[in-house]
Write a protein that binds this ligand. Sequence first.
Ligand SMILES: NC(=O)c1ccc[n+]([C@@H]2O[C@H](COP(=O)([O-])OP(=O)(O)OC[C@H]3O[C@@H](n4cnc5c(N)ncnc54)[C@H](O)[C@@H]3O)[C@@H](O)[C@H]2O)c1
Length: 436
Amino acid sequence: MSHQRDLIDKLLDKTAVIGIIGLGYVGLPLALRYSEAGYCVLGFDIDPGKPEQIALGKTYFQHIPDDRVKTAVDAGLSATTDFRRVIEVDALIICVPTPLKENREPDISFVTNTIETVTPYLQPGQVISLESTTYPGTTEEELRPRLEQAGFTMGDDFFLVYSPEREDPGNAQFTTQTIPKVVSGSTENCLAVGSALYQGVIDQIVPVSSTRIAEMSKLLENIHRAVNIGLVNEMKIVADKMGINIYEVIAAAATKPFGFVPYYPGPGLGGHCIPIDPFYLTWKAREYGVNTRFIELAGEVNSAMPEWVVGKISEALDSVSKSINGSRILVLGIAYKKNVDDVRESPSVEIMQQLRTLGARVEYSDPYFPKFPKMRRYDFDLQDAGLDSESIRDYDCVVIGTDHDLFDYDMVFDDAHLVVDTRGRLREQNERCFRA
Ligand SMILES: NC(=O)c1ccc[n+]([C@@H]2O[C@H](COP(=O)([O-])OP(=O)(O)OC[C@H]3O[C@@H](n4cnc5c(N)ncnc54)[C@H](O)[C@@H]3O)[C@@H](O)[C@H]2O)c1
């Protein structure tokens, strides 16, 4: 039987063993989904802490409960740091980070290192699917040549797929299973294998004609968000100057049943995707002599937001004849978005940094971070200050940086001396409560 037919059969009857490389925000839920759908799953990570936690049936993300991990482990899910075990799997799905370098160029070294690590153990008849977000051309220019050099023929004895991840951690409305999945292959045979790989776990597969289409579609999704958030952040500044409530404006505009999608302003962009991914395209576009002006402009507007918020904090303190210098300021929420324990690129943290530089005594409260996490660019020796109607009066100003549902907003607005809200929780501005 051909390698392709054999592999598709195993994927469809769920006897295939699925390997997931990189057990982070994307890889862990995907591993759980394959396990829940009845596949045998073997996870790989270079961080030994993750296989250790999984072996104990324990989660390491707040939004994924222990019992989901435990059920999967009981059903056969295991994880390892031993990449020689790649030999045991039929499919390898790569979910490793794709960050930017200091100079804002793509850093795909996690992906290429993974390929180099697994190549000695790859077998004819396996499929590799890359899910990490990346620029158009990565699969064909970086992955395929490495696999061909190892002696494989794409679409014949080996299969290469690109299928961008659309995970939205903490979003209760959509799960890995219900988010439609774009799938592409290096060849037609690869696409057929890719479709079989995801068919058993995802409700709707969206096949596209090339890996570059799939790579660019993911970037378009995230650029669309970055640009629209940039636009609404600019609108917020205009509305603020005009004394108009931007949230009421958006709510009114959103009643239009066609041609308008509401986006909401905030303190800036955060997370692993929206502030980073657009620059993957910017970099690649330069190779073709094209400037991505919308991306650059949105980046400029969005990255100026923390400083604008600090300006509003300064105005709020001015109104009671205080200054940032010497004030005690509590930042509520350090995660990059509500109800998650992910602090990557969080604008709240940048606001804390700017306030400290200006001489404020800054503390934070965030139920998802009892202790301030270690970050690449920031290192604050702080613990969750907690939040109650008495201690909140110790601060000159309270800044809502991330609007976790766990905060008691009535208490915050009633009891704090001054509040600056960057997330639209405030209904009416008054002499103590300000929008930013
Ligand atoms: N987090 C999201 O919401 C999200 C959504 C869509 C797409 N993505 C994309 O998915 C990819 C993964 O993102 P993430 O948020 O899961 O990252 P993450 O940092 O949470 O997890 C990545 C995991 O990969 C591991 N790792 C790093 N190098 C490795 C290697 N060489 N071999 C094996 N494991 C390795 C890390 O230890 C970590 O556990 C990125 O390209 C990201 O842009 C993320």
